[in-house]
Design a protein around this ligand. Structure first.
Ligand code: PEP
Length: 257
């Protein structure tokens, strides 16, 4: 099955509201709605920027999607500092990143947390973009395929076979994130193929086939085309390069080729 490519921009903790509105407008200006027949384009700003960015997108009637960078699994209650699925839904998020390595490393997010977040998002009708990826130490030790596929199994444990197709997996080797050191297309494809085999094993080929697998880690307009040409890479999760509208759109265009 040919999967529609997905290019998602992870703005991380960048852009005040004013800056976010400018960047959202620049991105919207660069995007033609008929491209959405061929590629899903999503931006994931910080929480406080979600509503302003959504307002820009609504005004422009653009078909660029909106995603959050994190979520909490409970719908409401005494969870100071957290944001729930219904809150994201109300703002207009259709996507949400979970398990980003920065959240795992800096904020102690565990595989179990990721699994709870995935389940809450699926129940609320928001597509999870589940990040997995190994550290340099794990890569050098040689057991990175086992490590990454175990992360996938843990994140999607207990997910209904029918709901699995809403999930997106982003393979992001930690050694490639924000470092300028990209995985080669062969390195990325090896792991994405192993993820695809794991998904087939978990959900059956028919249910797993629509699940998109992205590569993330210093992807930019110079290296995207070769990475996106790989059989099991269905798009990209873009950090640094998503903060520039022209660079981000160049990658979106590469995904349509
Ligand atoms: C990311 O944060 O998901 C990411 C891939 O970052 P960068 O593109 O900057 O490596």
């Amino acid at each position: 099955m040919a999967r529609k490519p997905l290019i998602a921009g992870n703005w991380k903790m960048n852009n005040t509201i004013g800056e976010a509105v400018v960047l959202a407008q620049e991105i919207s200006n660069e995007f033609y709605n008929d491209w959405s027949d061929h590629v899903d384009c999503v931006v994931c700003p910080p929480f406080v920027d979600l509503k302003p960015v959504k307002t820009v997108f609504e005004f422009d009637r653009t078909k660029i999607g909106l995603g959050a960078q994190n979520v909490y699994w409970e719908p409401s209650g005494a969870f100071t500092g957290e944001t729930s699925v219904p809150m994201l839904k109300e703002i207009g998020c259709s996507w949400c990143i979970v398990g980003h390595s920065e959240r795992r490393i800096l904020f102690g997010e565990t595989n179990e947390d990721v699994n709870l977040k995935v389940k809450a998002l699926l129940e609320g009708g928001i597509a999870p973009i589940v990040c997995v990826g190994e550290s340099l130490a794990v890569r050098d030790a040689g057991n990175y395929l086992e490590f990454v596929t175990a992360q996938v199994r843990a994140a999607l444990a207990g997910i209904d076979e029918g709901a699995a197709k809403e999930c997106v997996i982003a393979y992001e080797p930690i050694w490639a994130i924000g470092t300028g050191r990209t995985a080669t297309p062969e390195q990325a494809e090896e792991v994405c193929a192993a993820i695809r085999a794991t998904l087939n094993d978990m959900f059956g080929a028919d249910n797993a086939d629509p699940i998109r697998i992205l590569y993330g880690g210093s992807m930019n307009e110079g290296n995207a085309a070769l990475l996106l040409a790989e059989a099991d890479i269905d798009g990209g999760l873009i950090g640094g390069a998503s903060l520039n509208a022209k660079s981000f759109m160049a990658i979106v265009k590469d995904a349509m080729r």
